[in-house]
Design a protein around this ligand. Structure first.
Ligand code: SF4
Length: 83
C-alpha cells in the first residue's frame, strides 16, 4: 500500500510532511501545484498524516471517493521521472 496526497494540498504545499517522512519519498518541484508521494518508496508509516495542516494525506484504501483519481496522479508523477 501507499499513502496518497489529494486535492487540499494544491496551492498549499505545506512542507511539514516532507520534514517528517523517513523515506524522503514526498516530492514536488517549485512548478508543481502540489506534492506527491512515491508509491514504490512509501513504507506506510503514517507519519505524514498529522504533519499536514490541510488534511490532504490518506492511506490508499481510505482515500475519499471524490479524490480517488489522485492515487494515479501521485504514482504517475514518479512513473514519468523513472522512464
Ligand atoms: Fe513518508 Fe510514511 Fe507518509 Fe509514506 S506514510 S509518505 S513513508 S511519512
Amino acid at each position: 500500500m501507499t499513502y496518497v496526497i489529494v486535492e487540499p494540498c494544491i496551492k498549499v504545499k505545506d512542507t511539514g510532511c516532507i520534514d517528517v517522512c523517513p523515506m524522503d519519498c514526498i516530492h514536488g518541484s517549485v512548478s508543481d501545484q502540489m506534492f506527491y508521494i512515491d508509491p514504490e518508496e512509501c513504507i506506510d508509516c503514517g507519519g505524514c498524516v498529522p504533519a499536514c495542516p490541510a488534511e490532504a494525506i490518506f492511506p490508499e484504501a481510505e482515500v475519499p471517493e471524490k479524490w480517488k483519481h489522485f492515487t494515479k496522479v501521485n504514482a504517475d508523477n514518479f512513473k514519468d521521472k523513472r522512464n
